[in-house]
Design a protein around this ligand. Structure first.
Ligand SMILES: [Zn+2]
Ligand SMILES: [Zn+2]
Length: 193
């Protein structure tokens, strides 16, 4: 498996198989706009998550996935977003939409619980894509050191149910945006500070 160091100032989107390719392809452009950094899907570096499968829960341990990404890209200076259609959990919770390292390089998100059909409703790829984008921005926001925000419309507001994702926007509030800009500037190549 290739494990080249990631240049500063990039967001690498890594498929964790299986993943909905259409949803995956919807991410790079709006992520570039949100973070003002280049973002691209790296199909060739996809990850097989079977090692993180928990037989008794029939879910995948997101913390183990993050550890595997860290092992694969030790010392990288970019951000990595793993995207999957499998259901994720952390041991203390029933499920998670995603998990990220605060001020670290790795975030993972799952589309599993963003799908209307899981709730007995007609499929809505548009809604699933909007939810995925919010969760992707939210988890990547954590990797830039942002913590949960009390502003209801801020993308850094915490969501534990899918309805709560729908209530917030895909935007950072003024305070979170300000914190983010400082962190992003530190990541831009050629900028010494
Ligand atoms: Zn969060
Ligand atoms: Zn905020």
């Amino acid at each position: 498996m290739a494990s080249v160091l990631l240049p500063k100032g990039t967001i690498r989107i890594i498929p964790i198989t299986p993943v909905d390719e259409q949803l995956l392809a919807s991410l790079p452009d709006p992520l570039e706009s949100a973070f003002k950094l280049p973002a691209a899907v790296e199909e060739e570096n996809h990850m097989d998550p079977s090692f993180a499968y928990d037989l008794s829960r029939t879910q995948y341990n997101s913390t183990l996935l993050i550890s595997a990404f860290l092992d694969r890209w030790k010392g990288n200076e970019g951000k990595i977003l793993g995207v999957t259609s499998v259901d994720l959990f952390v041991p203390v919770l029933t499920y998670v939409f995603g998990e990220a390292q605060l001020d670290g390089p790795i975030a993972v998100v799952s589309t599993y619980r963003l799908d209307e059909t899981l709730y007995g409703l007609p499929p809505s790829p548009k809604l699933a894509a909007a939810r995925l984008l919010k969760e992707a921005i939210h988890e990547l926001g954590h990797t830039f050191g942002l913590i949960h925000c009390h502003e209801f419309e801020c993308v850094m507001h915490s969501s534990t149910a899918v309805e709560e994702i729908d209530l917030k926007s895909a935007q950072f509030c003024v305070a979170c945006e300000g914190r983010l800009r400082g962190k992003v500037e530190e990541m831009l190549p050629g900028v010494e500070r």
